[in-house]
Structure formats: structure tokens, C-alpha cells
Design a protein around this ligand. Sequence first.
Ligand code: UDX
Ligand code: UDX
Length: 478
Amino acid sequence: MVISIKKICCIGAGYVGGPTMAVMSFKCPEVLINVVDVNQERIDAWNSEDLSKLPIYEPGLKEIVGKTRDKNLFFSTRIKESIENADMIFISVNTPTKKKGLGAGKASDLKWVETSAREVAKFSKGHTIVVEKSTLPVRTAEVIQKILKSAEKESKKQIKSFSVLSNPEFLAEGTAINDLLNPDRVLIGGDNKEAMSSLSQIYKKWVSENKILFTNIWSSELAKLTSNAFLAQRISSINSISSICEVTGADIREVSRSIGKDTRIGSKFLDSGPGFGGSCFKKDILNLVYLAEYFGLKDVAKFWESVVEMNNWHQKRIAEKVVQKLFGTLANKKIIILGFSFKANTNDTRESAAINICKDLINEGANLIIHDPKVSPTQIENDLRIKQSNSFELNEITYKKDQGNWQFSRNLDKFDNAHAVLILTEWEDFKNINWIDAARKMVSPAWVFDSRSIVNPIKVKEAGLNLWRLGDGIQNDN
Ligand code: UDX
Ligand code: UDX
């Protein structure tokens, strides 16, 4: 029997669970959605009266939350009660790479998924459809099924039963709301046709039927990993070509534009940048690598691992370029870092290229002024594992040690005495910098390093600044 879903519970109020449930509540006003999380602080932020204080910054999110919160969308830590009442439960907890033990450094740590499955097994009542929303290693559904099966057997008085589906989320941060409202496809993997149909009824409220794909559960899990691996591989490919451009006199923007016109290649995801970041790409590729190794497919594992290795090399290369251009030393030099999030329009810094690049520059002795419109200084401190300095003045470099340091600035006007500006995130504000004003405040000679191709090279040069752009074999100053 196809159940019409009336109550949903989502475990995990993160970058995926929060926006996904906000859009679902908006499109399905008749469905009651409880988003639960173990993190009280995060839940409080989701409930904050001032919608600009939501824990996640996503364009369009606060408007939707403002419309549905406390109507059919609720955020709480009431995990037991929300599970008990739900017909459908989304598992949307984080699955970080394991730090130790079997598969350390590659396999995903499934402890939170397991905990969630155990809670569902314990508290659910009647028939419950359990949906994997987190990106998971292939055959994770088996783990969830086993845990739930044992609950089915144990439930003597109350009859419990479960169907497990895979419904990976393809949203990209920064465009999450648009991606959720207009998905390229919705993937539903499973073997219970009725449960699959119940889930598709929800999406059909706003997604056309031809975009809803049904597969078996393992294909669905693998399709999500593969999708991220292909996208990341494209970025490593274009970044590798950028280094060839620089030594041959070619220009990566021209190369990208030319190959993107080939409809078989397509024009998206061909922007060379400081290296891919975000919570998914690296983790998901390493998951594929682990899977391939596990099944003895060594060459397959090596192929995918090289995508991550290229990304690491590329990030290092950007830091090295800065050192090289600034006469081989950054000791006591002030460098302005523009952007710390892993891409524009998000406050997320997970795996951001800025983390490794800033650490490398600090190790070289640089004093960094880090500016980002949405990332908090506390987050930067956690990522760099170096405390923000108060021992060098913003306008005067007094900090003298081999090891450099950093300070945060919310404003975009701290160019005084800077030797260089390094653009790492493509925030809109950075496209409109008045380079003449900036150059007046900077030391001479000073550099602009643009890893996102967002500055106008003519304006930078007219301001008397040296310019290095990623993959620019024509305009770069030597
Ligand atoms: C997502 C996906 O779910 C993950 O599989 C993907 O690969 C990375 O992105 P995301 O929403 O970005 O995760 O993670 P995060 O923002 O860390 O949110 C997860 C939330 O789950 C956190 O708020 C955490 O407190 C919560 N959680 C974790 C629980 O509520 N219960 C747990 O047992 C564990
Ligand atoms: C990605 C996938 O796009 C999404 O489908 C999946 O659900 C989660 O992982 P996300 O990590 O949020 O989304 O952002 P994405 O836009 O894919 O960017 C990832 C990284 O690649 C960023 O650091 C971005 O700056 C970089 N990137 C992207 C480039 O360097 N060049 C490009 O052309 C595109």
C-alpha cells in the first residue's frame, strides 16, 4: 500500500538537512516536518527570531524558513518524540572520513549513521520509511537494514516494520535553495515499490515526473559518489591544465571557453580555482578509493586517488607562487587574504583551499589579514588551529618572529602596508575593489594574486600593481 506521508522527521540539522527540509516544508504545507539534532546550540540558532542568525548562510534560506517555521517546520532536540510520530525519517547526519582504525584517512565514519539507525529502531512505531539523505559509502543501506531488522524481530508487542530508501541530495552550497527548488534529478533507490512511490509523491509536488529516477539502492548510493567524483575530477583536470598554461603562454580562461563549447564536454565546472573544497568532494573520492581497494581494484583506486593528490599539489603550488613572487621570503610581510569559505555565498569552510594556503603562508612568516563576508573569526581560528594575533597592529607591522600570524577583518579596506592581496574566494564584493585606492595604501612593489579570475587585469595594472592570475601565461608579470 502506498502511504501518504503526513509526518516527517529529519535527523541532522546541517548544511543538507536544514535547507532540504525548509524547501520540503514550503512545497508540502500539509506535511509536518520535525528537524532534530543533538546539537542544542545549532537548534537554538535555527529557532532564532532574527533570521539572519540561522546557523547556515544560504541565499533564499531565511525567507523560506521565515514562511514555514513554527507552522509545519519545527527545529528541536526532541529526537525520541519526533521519531515516534514520523511516517518517514530522513537520516542527514555527517559522515566524516575516519581518523583512526580500519580504513583511516579514506573510509567514512558511519558512527552517527549507526547511532541514528539505532534510535530509529528503538523509538519508531508502526511502519516507517527510512531514507538515507547523507552521502554514504555503497552498501551502507545494508547496515541500516540490519539494525532495523533486529528491531522488527524484537518488537513483540508493537509491530514495527521498515523500508529503507536511498535518496541522495545533490544540492551545492551557495545555491542550495535554487538547486532544491529546481533539481536536475531526484534519485530514489530501493526495492520496495510502495515506499519509493510514497517518497516520490512528496517530490512530485514541485518536481516534474520525468526528473524522478528510480534505481536499485546500491546504484543510487554509487551514483552519488560517482557524481561528486566526476565533478571533482573535472576541477583537478582544469587546474592541472592551468599550470601548463602558465609555462606555455596559453590562458586557462580561453582554454576553458574553447573546450566548454564542445557539447560533449559542456561549459560548467571548468573554472580553474585554488583547488576544490567543501565537505563532499575529497571525502567521497576517498570513499571510492577505499571501496576499490577493498575489492582489490588497485588501478581504479590509484586513478581516483590522483584526483585528490592533484588538488593537494595545486593548493601548495599557489602558496609557493606567492613566496616566489615576494622575493622568496614572507617574513614580516603583510598579506591580505580575500575569502576563506570554500566557495562564494556560503559560510562553510570545510576543506576550503584557504586553510592549507593560509597555513603555508603563515609558516613562511607572513602576517595575514583575513577578510571574509560570512565566515566568523572563531571558525578561522578552529580551521587554522592558530590563535588570532593581537600583537601586530592592522596598520603597522610590529610582529617579528619566524612564524607569521593572522588577524580577521570584516571590512574590505585594510590594505595599509600590505605587500600582496591574495584572492581565494569569488565573493561578489571582491570584483569591485578600487585598485587605485588599494595601491596607494600598499607598499611598493605590491602584488595581486588572483586565484579565481575575478579582477580586471587592466585596472590592477593601471593602479601600478603587479598581477599574477591562475593559468595566465600571457598577462602574468614576471
Ligand atoms: C552532509 C551529508 O549529510 C553528508 O553525508 C555529506 O557527505 C556532507 O554533508 P552536512 O549536513 O553538511 O552533512 O553536515 P553537518 O552540517 O555537519 O550536519 C550534520 C548534523 O547532524 C549536525 O548538526 C550534527 O549535530 C547532527 N548529528 C550528528 C545529529 O543530530 N545526530 C548524530 O548522531 C550526529
Ligand atoms: C558539491 C556538488 O556540486 C553537489 O552536487 C553535492 O551535493 C555536494 O558537493 P559543493 O561542495 O557544495 O557541492 O560545491 P561545488 O559548487 O560543487 O564546489 C565544490 C568546490 O569546487 C568549491 O571549492 C568550488 O570553488 C570548486 N569549483 C567548482 C571550482 O574550483 N571550479 C568550478 O568550475 C566549480
